[in-house]
Design a protein around this ligand. Structure first.
Ligand SMILES: [Fe+2]
Length: 284
């Protein structure tokens, strides 16, 4: 498979990567690996620790993941009943399956020259599938990698927020997240006004910038989306800078926020990596 990203979308991506959310087009919504039957087969083959599902309708924005009600079904049953069970399924790291690894490599291969020209070599390439009931909601959160969400079936609206809006995600939240804290953002109604809503249907995709908070709502039909993610030396350094800032804050300091792309965070990242080496050496 090749030629699935039209030239106009490659040009758009070249213009916006890695800072600006954008809607683009793609040509593989009807790929046989993205049907519900194929995905039920995939879920049955996957490592159990990479399957997730939750009830996902009538849940207010800001509900922590740990408080989402279970739907009483297995992941496979949830996929089979997705039309009616008001739920959300996440298949994580589907590149564990060889056929899906090829799909990921084919699609990201078309974008690799554009990505690597801006943010250097790609690392930690991963693929995820979201299967959602009509009206399902994904709670506000951010992700520590670059992401393109490709819509295969149904439609959804993602509302994205600026990466560096500290009214929405304060530095302390980033720091606790990277220390293993909760992933879902505390939510206040007034955050809504700062968001940019982008709707996608089959054949469309959204680029989600690194750390950009977002929430998602599915429209009136079952939705299937493929999310392809990657990291860079820049993104790793930004994460390490957040971790180093947590150390500085513990010492009573008020560190500056990590710098925004294209400025780097080399000094703090080196500090964090040195501190981790020392901790390992002393067995902490
Ligand atoms: Fe996300």
């Amino acid at each position: 498979m090749h030629g699935v990203i039209p030239d106009s979308s490659k040009q758009r991506f070249r213009d916006i990567y890695p800072l600006v959310p954008a809607r683009m087009a793609h040509g593989f919504a009807d790929h046989p690996l993205l049907t519900l039957d194929a995905l039920a087969g995939l879920a049955a083959r996957m490592r159990p620790d990479t399957l997730e599902h939750n009830a996902a309708i009538d849940v207010p924005l800001g509900t922590p993941t740990t408080k989402l009600p279970p739907n009483g079904l297995t992941t496979l049953q949830t996929i089979e009943q997705i039309e009616t069970c008001g739920s959300w399924v996440l298949l994580r790291e589907i590149e564990q399956d060889p056929a899906y690894a090829v799909l990921m490599a084919d699609v990201l291969g078309e974008l690799r020259p554009i990505i690597e020209a801006r943010t250097g070599p790609m690392h930690k390439l991963r693929a995820f599938i979201f299967i959602s009931s009509p009206q399902a909601v994904t709670q506000p959160h951010f992700d520590p990698e670059y992401n393109i969400l490709f819509q295969a079936h149904g439609a959804k609206t993602m509302t994205l927020f600026p990466t560096a809006d500290d009214q929405i995600v304060g530095q302390r939240f980033f720091e606790s997240y990277f220390a293993g804290g909760q992933r879902y953002l505390p939510w206040r109604e007034e955050h809504g006004q700062r968001g940019q809503a982008i709707a996608i249907e089959p054949g469309e995709s959204i680029f989600v910038p690194l750390f950009a908070p977002h929430h998602v709502k599915v429209h009136e039909a079952v939705s299937v989306s493929l999310s392809l993610t990657w990291c860079s030396a820049w993104s790793f350094a930004a994460i390490d800078a957040h971790k180093f800032n947590r150390r500085l804050r513990r010492l009573g300091l008020s560190p500056a926020a990590p710098r925004l792309f294209p400025a780097g965070n080399r000094v703090k990242a080196l500090g964090e990596r040195a501190a981790q080496r020392i901790e390992r050496a002393v067995g902490r």
